[in-house]
Design a protein around this ligand. Structure first.
Ligand code: APR
Ligand code: PHB
Length: 392
């Protein structure tokens, strides 16, 4: 067995774990990231792509904003459509903006920054087991290359996503979870076609939800709501583009171009929150702590804000010998998380086709959109939640 030691043991090299390691490093706190997948796998994942302004500022402060500032697409509005109706919601009137920048690119920037600073990122760390978080010296046991390793640390950061081990190491008598599972999924396609519109288009249609997003001026990321029983094999590229076109207003669909999918996947939708986010020396952040349906584009933004808060708390522990921020981490983060959960669940309920919905339910959805179209106050509240203009 090989033993090593660090101040913070971080489980997971997704955006949460990588950014936490970077922020701690900049604050003079040592960490080691233990990731069960390979470096190539981590770098290849296609995920979210919309960053709140406050999140962009956190990433700049972390030293990973240069390419984001060069290549990110700044958006000052969004379109929501229902059938042939199109509502434009202007962010600039509220002094807000969003930046479209693929999570894949952010992960590359974070890995590059961590490697440039000589950080310890352990890939293919298997069978990770957490021990001693109730005491002062937690230990992380794992296997790599057939050998057994143990990492001793002061704190464990559970950044291992929804399916990780960290949340499951909190005793059932302590952990409370809150969940809503939606009766549909999103089929996502990445393709080298110009975006159908300069701004994102969220479409609510009698056949189901659709979303036209992008990664650059030449690469689109689009989604259609699908059944949870569907498989990727049942969705040819032609079927996907035809269905996306059918769910958009004609004036938008005219601009739609199709191309072979570079990536195609189906994701279920879930709202999920674990409480508390701290148990002894274990602290949860990102998808390990919460899941939002992607409708509100909050997943990555919540993860970055969790990690920014957690890094400040851990740095204060070591540099100021103060645990006030650590003691307040869970309550403060949960208030932000529940606000994002509320908005994401609301927007999902407004835009999607729910099996068995009544004509009254559909009219309620259309009335919510009409409220956005007719009320400046409703639009201001939407922009605040969607862009994170007033920190959640
Ligand atoms: N041991 C080590 N690593 C693990 C383990 C484990 N037992 N379980 C999971 N991991 C790793 C995963 O392989 C993954 O690389 O933890 C990482 C978790 O990354 P994410 O799931 O991306 O979660 P997070 O970093 O919090 O980022 C949240 O990513 O999933 C999107 O929509 C989500 O945009 C949001 C963001
Ligand atoms: C994306 O670009 O992948 C994206 C954008 C907005 C969302 C969800 C996903 O709400």
């Amino acid at each position: 067995m090989t033993a090593s030691r660090t101040q913070v043991g971080i489980i997971g090299a997704g955006p949460s774990g990588l950014l936490l390691s970077q922020l701690l490093d900049l604050g003079g706190v040592d960490s080691v990231v233990l990731e069960r997948r390979s470096r190539d796998y981590v770098l290849a994942r296609v995920r979210a792509g919309v960053l709140e302004q406050g999140v962009v500022e956190i990433l700049r402060a972390a030293g990973v904003g240069a390419r984001l500032d060069r290549e990110g697409l700044v958006h000052r509005g969004v379109a929501i459509t229902a059938g042939e109706e199109r509502y434009h919601i202007d962010f600039a009137a509220h002094g807000a903006s969003l930046t479209v920048y693929g999570q894949t690119e952010l992960t590359k920037d974070l890995v590059e920054a961590r490697e440039a600073r000589g950080s310890t990122l352990v890939y293919e760390a298997e069978d990770l087991a957490i021990e001693g978080v109730d005491g002062k010296q937690p230990r992380l046991h794992y296997h790599k290359g057939g050998a057994e390793h143990v990492l001793e640390c002061d704190f464990v950061a559970g950044c291992d996503g929804f399916h990780g081990v960290s949340r499951k190491s909190i005793p059932a008598s302590v952990l409370k979870t809150h969940e809503r599972v939606y009766p549909f999924g999103w089929l996502g396609v990445l393709a080298d076609v110009p975006p159908v519109s300069p701004e994102l288009v969220y479409a609510s249609h009698e056949s189901g939800f659709a979303l036209c997003s992008m990664r650059s001026a030449t690469r689109s990321r689009c989604y259609v709501q699908c059944s949870l029983d569907d498989t990727v094999e049942q969705w040819s590229d032609a079927r996907f583009w035809d269905e996306l076109c059918a769910r958009l207003p004609a004036e938008v669909a005219r601009g739609l171009r199709s191309a072979p999918s570079i990536e195609k996947s189906i994701a279920p939708l879930r709202s999920f929150v674990a409480e508390p986010l701290r148990h002894g020396r274990l602290l949860l952040a990102g998808d390990a702590a919460h899941i939002v349906p992607p409708t509100g584009a909050k997943g990555l933004n919540l993860a970055v804000r969790d990690v920014d808060q957690l890094a400040a708390a851990l740095i204060a522990h070591y540099r100021e010998h103060s645990d006030a921020l650590l003691d307040g981490y869970s309550a403060t983060a949960l208030r932000r998380i529940w606000k994002a959960e509320r908005f994401s669940a609301w927007l999902t309920s407004v835009l999607h086709l729910f099996p068995g919905r009544s004509s009254f339910d559909r009219r309620m959805q259309l009335a919510e959109l009409d409220q956005l179209a007719s009320s400046a106050a409703a639009r201001a509240a939407f922009v605040e939640s969607y862009t994170g203009a007033a920190p959640l």
